[in-house]
Design a protein around this ligand. Sequence first.
Ligand code: ADP
Length: 163
Amino acid sequence: MRTAVYPGSFDPPTNGHIDIALRAAHIFDKLIISVSDNPSKSPLFAIEERMAMLQEIFKDHANVEIHTFDNLLIHYVKEIGAQAIVRGLRAVSDFEYELQMASFNAFLNEEIDTVFFMAKDENLFVSSSIIKEVALYGGDVSAKVHPAVWKLLREKVKIKSKR
Ligand code: ADP
């Protein structure tokens, strides 16, 4: 049984995240998408909201589970008995950070590999931050996120603009 963990902020999940997760779920027996509970990043969506959106998106994928973690990633991965960490690569700009993380995690536990996937062209330049920024200024990003995300995003934007 090969299990991988796909960690991230998912604030909110985008079609880029979905693309990466589906590729990983196709290769590994089990994929655990794990939302990092790191309040210092001041997320727009609460941890429960991010998990609920992911649960809705992947409800028909029997080998995908949604978890959360708030400890050191490499300890968490070992604790749940997974063998690999999944990350996505977009532009070259991701490379340096991802290389540093993967190398350091390998230093902490050489038995756990980081596996990288690339999204298809149309999802390559999608990021949670650009989705939030465009949506907050009233832009339509519905083609780049799941309908469940778009619904919650519009509610958040309304709340924010009323403040
Ligand atoms: P983090 O805060 O851990 O970077 P994110 O939710 O921003 O969390 O991203 C999680 C992972 O998904 C990262 O490896 C990121 O590079 C990858 N990712 C996000 N969007 C895309 C995309 N459009 N194409 C490929 N990978 C992506």
